[in-house]
Design a protein around this ligand. Structure first.
Ligand code: AOF
Ligand code: ZN
Length: 335
């Protein structure tokens, strides 16, 4: 049976999804306030630099007197530090909220249990670890960034029924659409959710992609291009718009070593908490072979090529499978 605490933490996760992609590099936290087991306020993290979820939830309550007998539910431990905003735990104490139910502890070393301690010291009744697994999953980018000191890595590609990511015609690689329009729009939604998008030079030189979110209302990710042989031509779409681009070449990494560790470290230093890698096979396979990836999202389109560039080879745990009209989308995790 689902408990009351679980019901409200689930609600926190639901509303927190509204902030995904806008709060980066901060986690998108969800908070719910209840009084007599009725919701009296809700909030999620504002775009980066803005209010934390708890502040928005408290602000949404019209009768602040109710807070003295309220319960605050929140996906992540309320902060204890002065960052872009003052500590949420101080605000909770100031309003005298007596009960706080937390999904998971904040692993950011600036917080790491200090928020909970502050609340307990002020006499709050604190419960920690309700729907912890689901909260950690929701905050997967944030936890990977702080615990593994690298961004959360999502691999994405589309392949034909016979396992090719591009056909070869007349000895030439020909970029063609494998997936339908809806799948392509889903990819733009995904791009808006991640902080960076990474591809190899060949993908840029052959496909001239924009790597933006033009079919979805959301922020463009920072583009990262691996340009080992410095073959990147400068007349491409990615150099003709406002989205930021980081070029990886011999000036910032050493190609004779484990390149994924160096790239992810470089992105970690730039406060990038997540990256979606969109090809080509060589780039994707490098991350797979060096085992630096967390999730793979693979579309299979309703087409067959008979020959071409083979899709990456990997093994992962299939966690979901769905039909997107004519395409199949399978999502795998690496754990
Ligand atoms: C919360 N509620 O909604 C979020 C939290 O620079 P700041 O002040 O925005 O602080 C960012 C840190 O605060 C972030 O790294 C994480 O530890 C925590 N995020 N905490 O109480 C929120 N987004
Ligand atoms: Zn806070």
């Amino acid at each position: 049976m689902v408990t009351q605490h679980e019901t409200y933490i689930k609600r926190c996760i639901e509303i927190a999804k509204n902030g995904l992609g806008n709060t980066r590099p901060n986690p998108s936290v969800g908070a719910v306030l209840t009084y007599n087991n009725n919701i009296i306020g809700e909030g999620y993290t504002s775009p980066y630099g803005g209010n934390h979820a708890e502040v928005n939830a408290i602000n949404s309550v019209s009768n602040k007197k109710l807070l003295k007998e309220a319960t605050l539910y929140v996906t992540l431990e309320p902060c204890s530090h002065y960052g872009k905003t003052p500590p949420c735990s101080d605000l909770i104490i100031k309003y005298g909220i007596p009960n706080v139910v937390i999904g998971c502890v904040d692993d950011n070393t600036q917080v790491a249990g200090k928020g909970i301690k502050k609340l307990k010291n002020a006499g709050c009744n604190v419960t920690v670890g309700v729907m912890e697994k689901a909260c950690k999953k929701h905050h997967k980018r944030f936890f990977t960034y702080h615990n593994k000191r690298r961004p959360y890595i999502i691999l994405k590609w589309a392949e034909s029924i016979d396992g090719f990511i591009a056909p070869i015609t007349k000895d030439q690689l020909k970029p063609v659409w494998i997936t339908n329009e809806l799948s392509r729009q889903i990819v733009h939604k995904w791009r808006a959710e991640e902080q960076a998008i990474l591809v190899g030079t060949n993908t840029v030189n052959q496909d001239n992609p924009s790597l933006t979110t033009r079919d979805w209302a959301g922020q463009n990710p920072i583009r990262v291009v691996i340009d080992k042989e410095e073959k990147l031509q400068k007349n491409h779409a990615i150099f003709n718009d406002k989205a930021e681009t980081i070029i990886i070449n011999k000036n910032n990494i050493n190609f004779s070593k484990n390149i994924t560790k160096q790239i992810t470290h470089l992105l970690f230093k730039k406060n990038i908490t997540s990256v979606i890698i969109e090809g080509g096979t060589k780039t994707l396979q490098t991350f797979i072979d060096e085992n630096i990836w967390d999730e793979a999202r693979v579309f299979t389109g309703n087409t067959s090529f008979k020959s071409g560039v083979t899709a990456p080879k990997f093994s992962g745990n299939l966690v979901s499978e769905e039909k997107i009209i004519t395409d199949t989308l399978k999502i795998y995790t690496n754990d």
